[in-house]
Design a protein around this ligand. Structure first.
Ligand code: P5A
Length: 444
């Protein structure tokens, strides 16, 4: 992609309305544009990153055997009246009437709709477990939408739902998602810690929020520093190993604000290991048994002519919020340098040729390099403008492709100036550059 032809509307300065760095950067490099309070259009750069996050989220869901569906954004009030949440959800729910005067709503979550889909087709325990998910826009009329897409009114969520025959099987499903979330966030180069959490309007009595540390986060957390050293690598998708994994995490006291108990915190964690800080909730999982299945009559036939309501859980990841969360984790605000993890970077590498009117040889060289990159599935962005060199570098530092190839005046044979953002530049040839980038990409 050539900068001159791209739709990347970069601002010279930080927009004053943005209070946290992710919101600043997203507006500054034109990743999003506000349409109304808490509602955004996604421009090419932001959209590319979000789609890459979505792809990773999807791959990890598929790996645990969850099946993808797509439910609509607009739902009928009927099913919400069945579950009893139509009134409970209050003003956060955006209610709409259609031309026949039917009460509709823009879905804030999908427990009811998915239960309705399940009950209409699944009749026997032999079809269990079922893990269904979709990736779809949600709407919550948040009282205080803020920080850009971090707390939006319209936002993109992956939500999954599990249906099991009994509590034991249901907890196995819960633990599958627990592990899957650790892996998903790791692929996004984030350290997300599961914390015991409140269940709020979703319900149930078992729940974990997955939180990444950030000063600007909205969740207050109380945790044991040692939890950050844990590793989920090598955990198998088996009942025993998943249970052990959760126990490994749960040996360390780690909770959100609503679950905080000062006595327990001080009893369970020795002084030097205590950590009270803030974080961003990027995922949230719930177990609520038969809360919805009972209210909505979702039961299955069991052996010996018995029947029982299925046991359910739900599992959310804030896909659009993750774009902001990654920026909070990776953006060096002081030096105005963003480095996207290669797994979600909008471009793998930027090519920065020094161009002047009388000499376009650097641009020709850039084109040739781009051609070789493309052959190797490496996506590059090329600054083909005749702006001065330092403003080109500044711009590419904000866009945040993790690697840069700088083509200056000096002709140094085959060697190119190559830089991983945040590290020293080195002079190596194109074959080596391609090898480095490909290796990084393959690791994800
Ligand atoms: C779980 C899936 C649920 O809605 N029902 C289906 C359950 N959980 S949740 O915690 O309320 O939301 C899941 C994740 O969505 C993100 N999120 C948001 N992102 C941006 N703006 C918002 N207003 C917003 N609200 C929730 C969070 O990442 C949350 O963990």
């Amino acid at each position: 992609m050539f900068i001159s032809k791209s739709f990347i509307p970069i601002l010279k300065n930080n927009p004053s309305e943005a209070k946290i760095k992710s919101h600043q950067l997203m507006l500054r490099v034109g990743m999003i544009k506000q349409s109304s309070a808490g509602i955004y259009s996604w421009l090419p750069l932001g959209f590319k990153v979000m789609k890459k996050i979505e792809k990773i989220v999807r791959e990890e869901q598929n790996k645990i055997g969850a099946q993808e569906i797509l439910m609509p954004t607009i739902q009928s009030s009927e099913i919400w009246k069945e579950s009893g949440r139509y009134e409970d959800y209050g003003e956060e729910m955006l209610r709409i009437k259609d031309r026949q005067d039917r009460e509709m709503l823009y879905g804030p979550t999908n427990e009811e709709l998915v239960t309705d889909i399940f009950r209409s087709s699944v009749k026997s325990y032999k079809s269990l477990p079922q893990l269904l998910y979709h990736i779809q826009w949600k709407f919550r009329d948040e009282i205080r939408p803020r920080f850009g897409i971090m707390r939006g009114r319209e936002f993109y969520m992956k939500d999954a739902y599990s249906f099991d025959i009994n509590d034991e099987e249901a907890l196995f499903s819960y633990n599958k998602f627990y592990l899957s979330y650790l892996k998903t966030f790791k692929r996004l180069d984030l350290i997300a810690i599961p914390m015991a959490a409140d269940t709020g309007p979703i319900g149930g009595n078992l729940s974990h929020e997955f939180i990444i540390l950030a000063e600007t986060g909205e969740s207050k957390i109380y945790t044991d520093k040692r939890i950050f050293d844990l590793n989920s690598e090598g955990t198998k998708l088996e009942k025993k190993s998943l249970k052990e994994l959760r126990e490994k995490y749960e040996q360390f006291y780690s909770v959100t604000d609503e679950k905080f108990d000062k006595k327990e915190f001080e009893k369970k964690i020795s002084e030097p290991n205590r950590l009270i800080t803030k974080g961003i909730e990027v995922g949230h999982i719930f177990y609520f048994g038969d809360k919805y299945s009972k209210a909505m009559g979702a039961s299955v036939d069991l052996p010996e002519s018995k029947k029982d309501f299925v046991k359910m859980g739900s599992y959310g990841i804030g896909v659009s919020r993750l774009v902001g969360a990654i920026i909070e984790a990776k953006y060096d605000e002081k030096n105005e340098v963003m480095k996207w993890p290669i797994s979600v970077a909008p471009y793998d590498v930027s090519i920065i040729p020094m161009i002047n009117k009388n000499d376009i040889s650097a641009l020709e060289k850039a084109n040739k390099i781009n051609f070789e990159f493309a052959k190797n599935n490496i996506e590059a962005i090329i600054d083909d403008t005749d702006e001065n060199f330092s403003s080109k570098i500044k711009k590419m530092n904000l866009i945040g492709a993790p690697y840069q190839v700088i083509i200056g005046k000096q002709k140094d044979g085959d060697l190119l100036e190559f830089k991983e953002i945040g590290k020293e530049a080195k002079r190596i040839n194109l074959v080596e550059i391609i090898k480095i980038i490909k290796e990084q990409k393959a690791g994800n």
